[in-house]
Design a protein around this ligand. Structure first.
Ligand code: ATP
Ligand code: MG
Length: 569
């Protein structure tokens, strides 16, 4: 586990950001700037799924570095695999990056916009005898490639002449061959220690419609051939990617060196983000969606940006989280509880307080006049007077939380019990006079009396009560569904025990509470607004809501399990 201390004075120091140091060094040494007049980074998603928190780390890093050094950051879709890519994903990715608070301005790019240039560069390699068309099948290519301990063997087609190669490659483009019949490979070194340098595939035949280029192409460049070259075309100075691409860097450099590219970007690798009790892999997230283990990419239990947004996690909390965990080369796993901690930090400061009863128990205040009600002043935020006050109605019938009453309370229970007096938040002191039960002995209603002298929550005679509980006036209450979320996976690292990660799904990750009673002002809450239900946690309105049937999500509870573990250490 790798999370920094929650001490504002040391927070900035965290585990650091070695990429920022590299960029600062390059700028100081005058190594960037001749062409681009500043540093240029990019966030390069493949549009084959929705963005998740791991992508957020990359977004915050790329846009953050550009902002810190007065550079710019591009959004580039690496859309080289038409089979898995969709317009829906492109739109969703743009929305998520924008929501996270980043702006690429006019710098929106698609690798597919470079298809013609890339094709010409492939011919350039062929003409320089640095690429050849191979007729081996995919299986044979794998077989010839060798292993970590054995060198590869040259394909029998490796020494084709330039003219034959050009002819075949042009016919590949023209659509003369079937999928998989031939590929274009770089001619580098079949004995290289790094397998990526053993004549990697640059182009494959795919008779598939592309979301942006339609049926214009029947060959598509590989990621390796498109990525670095797109970086060069855009004038990217620092191409930041995750560690699994470290072994691809020699190929990245080889291509930049052997092609007439307009700039020479450099690749730097950092460790990807892992998070406990969830998965951050598009393949696995896709599986959760397509096999209906969750209710879509934006299910509030998903670690996707759209899921977190729907759950009520503010963009600022995600940015803070990404900045605080830092950027290193060492693989590490952050705790979900730490993300919750960052979320609470922001919501505690900002979210207005409201009253909501999740498991209602009716209370009749016998000495309150029937049919009457009044409006009481309630502070919107105990620590922030600028948030002002609101009116909450009070009447003869109210709801309290079932767990705030015990018929036989143990010693340390300071809430309501027979004959006991408690304070209703912002309202009055009440004493419980009678307990009504059904035939099974379940408490169905409490009868109480209130002290009209204690309006606002204080007794003029100075008497104290130990408990303050929340409540909602029954006639005006808003009835809502409330959804509570737990970890999507029971295991800290799902699937780590050699089992299928799906076996570790938490069957109780969603609890749906119906008939919750909320103060009426919550009817005005907008989508995307956060509130605290006092004593319960932070909540927001879910997109499933309709005008007469609101649905609320609990974003996080109030208890900070992360801060607790820090104190113990
Ligand atoms: P996945 O591994 O989930 O399938 P990916 O790497 O294939 O993701 P891309 O769309 O190619 O997804 O990623 C876009 C950018 O986000 C890349 O630069 C990638 O390195 C970065 N990225 C992806 N996952 C993480 C992660 N967990 N932590 C940090 N950066 C990530
Ligand atoms: Mg990828």
């Amino acid at each position: 586990m790798n999370t920094p201390p929650d001490n504002p004075e040391t927070e900035d120091e965290g585990p650091g950001n070695f990429i920022r140091d590299i960029v600062a060094g390059d700028i100081a040494a005058g190594r960037v700037g001749e062409k681009t007049r500043g540093i240029v980074t990019r966030f390069p998603p493949e549009p084959n799924g929705y963005l998740h928190l791991g992508h957020a780390k990359s977004i915050v890093l790329n846009f953050g570095i550009a902002a810190d050094f007065n550079g710019r950051c591009h959004l580039r879709f690496d859309d080289t695999n038409p089979v898995k890519e969709e317009m829906e994903f492109i739109k969703a990715i743009e929305e998520d990056v924008r929501w996270l608070g980043f702006d690429w301005g006019e710098h929106l790019y698609f690798a597919s916009d470079n298809f013609e240039t890339l094709y010409q560069w492939a011919e350039h390699l062929i003409k320089n005898e640095k690429a050849y068309v191979d007729d081996l099948t995919a299986d044979d290519i794998r077989e010839y490639r060798g292993t970590l301990t054995e060198p590869g063997r040259p394909s029998p087609f490796r020494d084709r002449g330039v003219d034959e190669n050009l002819d075949l490659f042009r016919r590949m483009r023209a659509g003369e061959f079937a999928d998989g019949e031939r590929v274009l490979r770089a001619k580098i070194d079949m004995a290289a220690g790094n397998i990526n340098m053993r004549d990697p595939v640059l182009y494959r035949i795919l008779h598939a419609d592309h979301p942006r280029t339609g049926n214009a192409w029947s060959i598509y460049p590989t990621y390796d051939f498109a990525h670095g070259q797109s970086d060069a075309i855009e004038g990217i100075t620092h191409s930041l990617c995750t560690l699994e691409f470290e072994d691809h860097r020699p190929l990245y450099d080889w291509l930049i060196e052997n092609l007439p590219v307009p700039a020479t970007p450099h690749q730097y690798e950092f460790a990807r983000l892992n998070l406990t009790n969830t998965v951050l892999s598009k393949r696995r997230l896709t599986q959760l969606v397509t096999e209906n283990h969750v209710q879509g990419w934006n299910d509030p239990r998903m670690p996707t940006i759209s899921g977190l947004r729907r759950r009520g996690v503010p963009a600022a909390a995600i940015r803070d989280f990404c900045n605080r965990i830092g950027v290193t080369k060492a693989a590490s796993t952050a705790e979900t509880a730490y993300l919750d901690h960052c979320t609470r930090d922001i919501l505690n400061a900002e979210a207005p307080r409201r009253l909501g009863v999740l498991d209602p128990l009716k209370v009749v205040i016998e000495n309150y006049p029937e049919g009457e009600s009044e409006e009481l002043d309630a502070a919107n935020h105990p620590g922030d007077e600028t948030q002002g006050t609101r009116k909450v109605p009070f009447s003869r019938e109210i709801y309290i939380e079932r767990s705030d009453f015990m018929e036989e309370p143990p010693k340390k229970f300071f809430r309501l019990g027979p004959g006991r007096e408690v304070r209703l938040r912002f309202a009055y002191f009440i004493i419980c006079t009678d307990v009504i039960k059904d035939a099974d002995g379940t408490v169905t209603e409490l009868h109480c009396t209130y002290d009209p002298e204690t309006r606002g929550g204080n007794a003029p005679d100075g008497r104290k009560v130990k408990g303050t509980i929340h409540w909602v006036s029954a006639p005006q209450a808003l009835t809502a569904e409330v959804r509570l979320y737990e970890h999507l996976f029971n295991e800290s690292e799902p699937g780590s025990g050699g089992t299928d990660f799906l076996d570790d799904i938490n069957p109780d990750s969603l609890s749906v509470l119906k008939g919750c009673k909320l103060e009426p002002s919550l009817a005005d809450l907008g989508l995307g607004d956060n509130v605290q239900f006092e004593r319960q946690g932070y909540f927001c309105l879910d997109t499933d809501s309709s005008a007469d049937a609101p649905v609320f999500n609990r974003t996080v509870g109030l208890r900070d399990s992360w801060a607790k573990t820090q104190k113990k250490d």
